[in-house]
Design a protein around this ligand. Sequence first.
Ligand SMILES: C[S@@+](CC[C@H](N)C(=O)[O-])C[C@H]1O[C@@H](n2cnc3c(N)ncnc32)[C@H](O)[C@@H]1O
Length: 221
Amino acid sequence: MPYSQEFGDHFYCREDGRAECGHVFLAGNGLPQRWRHRSVFRIGELGFGTGLNFCETWRQWKETRIEGANLHFVSFERFPMLAPDIGRALSHWPQIKAERLALCAEWPDLPQGRIDLDFKDGMRLTVMCGAALEEIGGFPEKFDAWYLDGFAPKRNPDMWSQELMRLAYEKTVEGGTFATYAAAGFVRRNLQAAGFTVERRPGFGSKREMLCGVKSTSGVA
Ligand SMILES: C[S@@+](CC[C@H](N)C(=O)[O-])C[C@H]1O[C@@H](n2cnc3c(N)ncnc32)[C@H](O)[C@@H]1O
């Protein structure tokens, strides 16, 4: 179970981070159903960490994708981990063994700058190494779904600031969505102020609530 000394928080819930990813980030964004109708789908993530969300998303993508479709997973990460550490953390889940091995085999020895990896099955991974606030604005494409995964809001408020939520909103297509395990009042307010229509849903495991929402400039969620 990876733990960040710097932020004083675990990288995912102690119950089952892979199951949490399915509940919060995939189901919270209406996935995999939404990507079934699309030839190209783009997911943005704040905080790549161990790549657990990426590997679980890739696993579900392989099971549900339509032939020829492409998924571009773009993650913003300030402190990229090294391949042996990623491999050790993810080896906890036999369900994502194939994805873990493929990711670790391609992951650069010294991760920095922009990392672009093309995998089979129409899966492409980009990791933008640096502070999310500085990287998002310069990314050329908008996203269909966001995974907001930047540690607990009270431990890392920078990853939930109004400015960053506004940038995420700008980089979301009309009808695009976000999901997060966070339920703190200031996170909800920042997301609403950015323009998202925000909904509270039951959280994973022992967490009472989580947030998800949609960018709908017509006002209809
Ligand atoms: C909860 S962990 C992410 C877990 C990850 N999604 C996974 O699947 O393992 C949060 C991540 O956010 C990164 N982070 C923290 N502050 C950041 C910032 N300002 N910009 C970009 N990344 C940041 C941390 O280094 C950490 O890897």
